[in-house]
Design a protein around this ligand. Structure first.
Ligand code: SF4
Length: 440
């Protein structure tokens, strides 16, 4: 028997609903999906789509609306990302050039800003993310991207592949429309294809060598001149000499658990939950042998509580069974704990043990590293490698905290407070809000 699901799109746009209905009809899924617009969407409190990534915007909107509507809600966010121009969704999506701007105006603005950029600087990708949520719980997040490059001038518009007819600006090589149609996204996982597979697939699809998308590795950031980096570090010391981890903890184990809980959640919320959590579960043993359903409810306010419960219990068990009840002190070992990746490992090793294993790259460090031209990569792992090459090892721990503090207090994803920033004279980010270079 075919299952039946009713999903509400977090939008008031009938054209967008038509696109998703077409996709659902074309889908080979046995799930019967009935799609509709979220009733009275425009009357709901507005969700500000100002996160630094499309995924966070889609997930945030779906979660926000699902808390206000009793039913399954899905939301999306998509747009063109041009790393050479900063790459933030707020700059390269429909918000680019102002919400009233037409497609042509956005294209003109983009091409103006791309003037003089060559080679890998013209690299771009189209990103689309869809999230499904139910009463404040994220059920699924799917994302996909298509890589290409910005053309020197617009092509004639191809026939639109979208039922809405809005079309895709033909300013980029490769079929960016493929990403907007969404059909491939419904079946693809978040897992990225390997670079080798991407190249093989590109080669087989290409008829003319001239169409080869330039996908060379981003050039080493010009802003990594040692004198400039030293000046940035000095300004960070001046502004945030006492910067430290804002997750409250009494030991390495509590910091590990709080860091796991902090994924997609604010430190303030995690600290609120932690206040009672560590009284109820005082050590690894208490977490390892907790009742999963009960622990889920205890950490529910931090979001994604089912997966987090699995990670917290799994990490606690591993700490007891493999590491004698102590959080390991090396990156290699700490990465064997369920739910622990390099970011969490760096937070715990650096803050709890004072071990410089790497640089914490969270959403703030990622954004600021790009804005300050310390890295032109977008993958946190690559950004960390870039930062480890230019920041002295004895500064790795403090530097991460300082960038996070600066990102939270001054250099926000949307509308950074550049007039208050002591690095303003060193910063040439495209989305600066002073010196007449603001793009928003
Ligand atoms: S000048 Fe603006 S964009 Fe640059 S680091 Fe400071 S706040 Fe961020």
């Amino acid at each position: 028997m075919r299952a039946h699901a009713k999903l509400f799109l977090a939008s008031s746009n009938p054209g967008k609903l038509a696109e998703y209905r077409a996709l659902a009809t074309a889908s080979a899924s046995t799930l019967v999906v009935e799609l509709g617009l979220l009733p009275d969407f425009n009357a709901l409190p507005v969700f500000e789509e100002n996160a630094p990534t499309f995924v966070e915007n889609a997930a945030g909107k779906a979660l926000h609306c699902s808390r206000l509507w009793d039913g399954l809600v899905f939301a999306d966010d998509s747009g063109l990302v041009v790393p050479a121009l900063g790459g933030a969704p707020g700059v390269h999506s429909a918000r680019y050039a102002g919400t009233q701007a037409t497609n042509s105006e956005r294209i003109e603005k983009l091409l103006r800003e791309m003037r003089g950029k060559t080679g890998s600087e013209r690299a771009a990708h189209f990103v689309c993310a869809i999230a499904v949520a139910d009463r404040g719980r994220a059920l699924a997040i799917v994302t996909d991207r298509v890589d290409g490059e910005i053309l020197e001038a617009p092509r004639g518009r191809k026939k639109s592949v979208q039922p809405s007819g809005e079309g895709v600006p033909q300013i980029a090589r490769r079929s960016f429309g493929h990403a907007i149609v969404l059909a491939p996204m419904a079946t693809k996982s978040k897992k990225k294809r390997s670079a080798k597979k991407k190249l093989t697939s590109r080669k087989s699809k290409r008829a003319k060598p001239a169409e080869t998308p330039k996908v060379s590795k981003p050039a080493r950031a010009a802003g990594t001149d040692p004198k400039r980096v030293t000046a940035i570090l000095a300004r960070l010391d001046e502004a945030y000499g006492n910067a430290t981890c804002e997750l409250k903890h009494e030991n390495a184990f509590q910091l590990l658990i709080s860091t796991i809980l902090s994924a997609q959640c604010t430190d303030v919320r995690v600290n609120q939950v932690a206040e009672t959590l560590y009284k109820k579960y005082p050590d690894a043993k208490a977490f390892a042998y907790a009742t999963p359903g009960e622990l889920e409810q205890d950490i529910r306010p931090t979001g994604f509580f089912r997966n987090k419960t699995k990670s917290v219990m799994g990490a606690s068990k591993a700490i007891i069974e493999k590491f004698g009840g102590q959080v390991p002190r090396t990156m290699e070992k700490i990465l064997t704990l369920p739910g622990v990746a390099r970011k969490t490992g760096n937070v715990v090793l650096g803050t709890a043990y004072g071990i410089s294993s790497g640089v914490v790259v969270d959403t703030h460090v990622l954004r600021l590293s790009n804005r300050l031209d310390l890295s032109r990569n977008e993958d946190p792992k690559k950004v960390e490698q870039d930062l480890m090459q230019i920041i002295p090892r004895d500064k790795w721990i403090k530097f991460s905290h300082q960038l996070i503090w600066h990102g939270r207090r001054v250099c926000h994803a949307r509308k950074p407070k550049c007039a208050e920033c002591n690095m303003e004279s060193l910063c040439y980010a495209r989305d600066k809000t002073v010196s007449g270079t603001s793009l928003n």
